[in-house]
Design a protein. Structure first.
Length: 89
């Protein structure tokens, strides 16, 4: 469920917003400035234990070249692989 609130209201209600996210993790609060949505407050995606390490190893295997050094450092590209954007799974 999405709730649209002004930044002023979000500042006043921040502790309550955080508590409501704990009880209703699917809720999204969209913050507006001058009636334009500029931010969202929502619960972070759930990552299973060991998932980050597994994904790093998969990336490393894809980047490996026969007898050659990596052309791209794994650590430079890891955030795009570890954090799933909304709507992608």
């Amino acid at each position: 469920m999405k709730n649209v609130i002004s930044i002023t209201e979000a500042r006043k209600r921040l502790p309550g917003i955080v508590k409501s996210l704990k009880h209703f993790p699917d809720t999204v609060y969209q913050i507006t400035v001058h009636n334009e949505i500029v931010a969202e407050i929502k619960t972070p995606p759930k990552i299973k234990p060991g998932e980050a390490a597994t994904k790093m190893l998969e990336i490393r295997k894809r980047l490996r070249h026969k007898g050659k050094r990596y052309k791209t450092a794994v650590s430079e590209n890891i955030k795009g692989h570890l954090y799933v954007a909304e709507g992608k799974d």
